[in-house]
Write a protein that binds this ligand. Sequence first.
Ligand code: IPD
Length: 298
Amino acid sequence: MKYPESAAKDKAQSPPRTGPASPEELLAVAVAVVRPAADLARQMRTDGVFGVSTKSTDTDVVTAADRAVERYVAGALSAARPGDTILGEEFGAATADGPEPAGRASDGGQRVRWILDPIDGTVNYLYDLPVCAVSLAAEVNGTVVAGVVRNIPTGGEWTATRGGGSYADGRRMTGSEQTVFGQALLATGFGYARERRADQARVLAGLLPQVRDIRRFGAAAVDLCLVAEGKIDAYYEQGLNLWDHAAGGLIAAEAGLLVTGLEGKPAGPDLVLAAPPVLYPPLHEALVALDAAGGAGR
Ligand code: IPD
């Protein structure tokens, strides 16, 4: 199979930009880039998983497909929006086109950074389980304003723009209507380091008797979209990287959920908590009582 090449060679055909891009325009770019990227990942999975190596621990895997998707997305973004910067899971911070811009006058001082997880849920991808996604967010001057998460095996797609709501395959999402914490179905995930996992198991053991049940799907970006859809009632996880939650966090927030860290902190590596306003206080309280953002897991 011949995989699509980087779109960088089309760059010369990009029309010159004038004025700042709106969240809707950035979302349109993101969706146009993520669809073929997810197709690439799916085709590579059909052809077999190659180039598997490990990163932070011996269970934290990366495949040739993670790298190929990141390269493809970087090339396509560079072609569509030269000069924007990109933060990607596999290659870190890279500028799409030369040194990091300060925000050009022609764009009204707008600095755009793209935040990419080429395959969120790489272990599911490795095992051919149907929950893994390309996740891409656009951040303008430090604020995420647009995001798309596309499930690789199914083609399911979730999108959001800041202030414009969030959608699952075009349907507006509003989160769960569950009001009783004891009836809530939660999702969470676990990191790759053994000490962190042991502490996450401790928190889980304290939470499990208080709620209906807990799910572990294996892709944080998809967890956040499922909570936006109301297919699970709330989600929390310690130790996420920005690329895991940038797009999904906006999608959950635009569905009306509260997306934060603990005790007034923003969502971040200490903790990401996403819950409808009614379920948020009891879940937040339970996570604080269990020291879910601290302990040996930090
Ligand atoms: C992982 C997944 C998983 C979560 C981990 C993440 P990756 O991302 O989102 O669900 O529990 O914390 O690291 O490594 O598959 O991109």
